[in-house]
Design a protein around this ligand. Structure first.
Ligand code: NAP
Length: 538
């Protein structure tokens, strides 16, 4: 690769054109900054551009999983369902790009290979895989937490004569499974969402499950005109409630311990959250100690196991689908489904426990486990992502004195406030490790970060400083604090991607900040009020 000539310098370079990158671009423009946004895909949308698998939809309600920064936008856009499908979310993001005239600063099909900070000029040079160079004062990583798919690493895959797909790299034209025998590997959120849809299309579906995860019904439904009109008339109140909710989405949290109520009342609360008016992540807010107290947690786990056994008619399948005691409820990201467990009652759906009988190889005509061979025409991998750090470490990012982020994070990610990294001045990460991020309504967390970063940059420029850098001591304290609050919960017990446990060889560090959106916002606002305490500004 021969580096090409540097394009005109800009104030800000943004990497990624998903929810985060687009809003950062909008804010930077309004601050009068010159901006270049670089995006690997050939369209905007980030996660919603890549993840086009059958059944893909958000699992945070669309009325919340949407931008709040523009009253006009939230009044004019009509979501069709409580949880919008991928295509609709992608239309929304494209609408935002057009409505705010964002495209003129976006360069598509441009994957960043490296970024280097120059101490003398306090500027970043970004080099793309095609060798193009960009020069910017601020570098904003809007690269997403789940954007680097875990590549399928199965012996013999290259010999398979059928077609195979990864959930996060789905063919744009879609896939027709009619008449096919399909194998699906992976039962996280992606696998759980696609199982019922593929089961309806395919001649036969075999789900290969390694770890039984907890899934709760979304209770998805169309949004009526009356509901939309009501929400729009009270949108400010809805957003305000979201800001004060632990996850950035109002889910009527119950502030009681699961241990302080009668068995009957406990069951009633769980039922309420499982059924129509409830649904989705409301289950996690049924009691205030589900993620802290193992007994409270077990009550929730037993409730869901009871639902699985009541739904799945074949008792052998039901037992395989029941999460085991070594996975506390909610410690792997809760799946939110539509008819997932019911799907295993179909005649054309089989379930294989690949924890008990591991996959040994992919063959030209299917897949072999230690128990036998399965003939397949197509294989779908819903095997997840190199989460939270994958996209950042895929680039060679070098800060002061040429230090590499890969080296700095060799034992796990370290940030100050989840937004800045000591030794990497003028670089900000949106919704990254060390912030509520993936444990929250991420669009809300994105807006919080973009507003905070933008205000900080405006503040710095108004004071004539050119360089903003997190101080090492403050970063160390923040990392300790993030670990301390995580260790007060059951989260680190589950072998989840929150911990990096899904990637062989990845350091096990609990990456998101668990104290919740309001507590986090108060901390970062407090830092700002103290002239951005913990940051050197020169
Ligand atoms: P995931 O949660 O990491 O699930 C990956 C699945 O693949 C797990 O069941 C895992 O089993 C299995 N797996 C991985 N390698 C395997 C192997 N070698 N053999 C057998 N099984 C293997 O990935 P995901 O489902 O793509 O979801 C990732 C995250 O993306 C979600 O947690 C969520 O945050 C987000 N997401 C959101 C939505 C939404 O908003 N609706 C939809 C999809 C995804 P183990 O558990 O045993 O490792």
């Amino acid at each position: 690769m021969t580096p090409q000539k540097t394009t005109a310098p800009v104030d800000m370079i943004i990497v990624g054109a998903g929810f985060a990158g687009l809003y950062q671009l909008y804010r930077a423009r309004r601050m009068g900054l010159s901006v270049k946004l670089l995006e690997a895909g050939d369209g905007v949308g980030g996660t919603w551009y890549w993840n086009r698998y059958p059944g893909a939809r958000c699992d945070v309600e669309s009325l919340d999983y949407s931008y709040s920064f523009s009253e006009e936008l939230q009044q004019e856009w009509n979501w069709s369902e409580r949880y919008a499908p991928q295509a609709e979310i992608l239309r929304y993001i494209n609408h935002v790009a057009d409505r705010f005239d964002l495209r003129k600063d976006i360069q598509l099909e441009t994957r960043v290979a490296s970024a280097n900070f120059d101490d003398a000029s306090a500027r970043w040079t970004v080099i793309t895989e095609a060798g193009e160079r960009f020069d910017g004062q601020y570098l904003i990583m809007a690269t997403g937490c789940l954007s680097i798919p875990q590549p399928p690493d199965f012996k013999g895959l290259e010999t398979f004569k059928g077609d195979w797909y990864h959930s996060a790299n789905w063919p744009r034209e879609g896939v027709d499974f009619a008449g096919k025998r399909v194998g699906l590997i992976g039962t996280g959120s992606s696998g759980v969402q696609m199982t019922p849809v593929i089961a309806e299309q395919a001649a036969h579906l075999t789900v290969f499950q390694r770890t039984a995860n907890f899934s709760v019904p979304a209770q998805n439904e169309p949004l009526t005109e009356a509901t939309l009109a009501h929400v729009k008339a009270h949108y400010a109140e809805r957003r305000a409630l979201g800001r004060e909710a632990v996850t950035g989405q109002f889910l009527s949290a119950n502030d009681k311990s699961a241990l302080e109520v009668s068995d009957e009342d406990r069951l009633k609360e769980f039922e309420f959250r499982w059924r129509g008016a409830g649904g989705g992540f409301r289950m996690l807010r049924a009691f205030n100690d589900l993620m802290r107290n193992p007994i409270a947690n077990q009550y929730a786990g037993d409730f869901v196991r009871g639902k699985i056994r009541a739904t799945v008619k074949d008792p052998v399948k039901a037992e395989i689908l029941c999460p085991k005691p070594d996975l506390p409820f909610g410690t792997k990201r809760l799946c939110v489904d539509t008819h997932y467990y019911e799907t295993f009652n179909r005649d054309n759906v089989d379930l294989v426990d690949v924890k008990a009988h591991p996959i040994t190889e992919i063959t030209p005509t299917g897949l072999r486990t230690t128990q036998g061979h399965h003939e397949l025409d197509a294989i779908v991998f819903a095997t997840g992502f190199d989460a939270m750090t994958g996209a950042l470490l895929a680039m060679d990012i070098r800060g002061t004195g040429g230090q590499s982020l890969r080296e700095k994070w060799a034992a796990g990610p370290r940030t100050y406030l989840g937004v800045s990294i000591a030794g990497f001045p003028n670089l900000f990460v949106i919704a990254g490790p060390g912030s509520p991020s993936v444990l929250s309504n991420v669009v809300h967390s994105i807006e919080t970060h973009v507003d905070w970063i933008s205000n900080f940059i405006e503040h710095s420029r108004s004071r004539g400083t050119r360089r903003i850098e997190a101080e090492q001591a403050h970063e160390d304290q923040w990392v300790d604090h993030v670990n301390e609050v995580a260790n007060q919960t059951l989260y680190p017990v589950g072998n989840s991607w929150y911990l990096g446990a899904n990637m062989p060889g990845k350091p096990r560090v609990f990456m998101p900040y668990v104290a919740g959106v309001p507590a986090y916002r108060r901390i970062i606002e407090g830092v700002a009020e103290k002239n951005y305490e913990g940051f050197a500004q020169a």
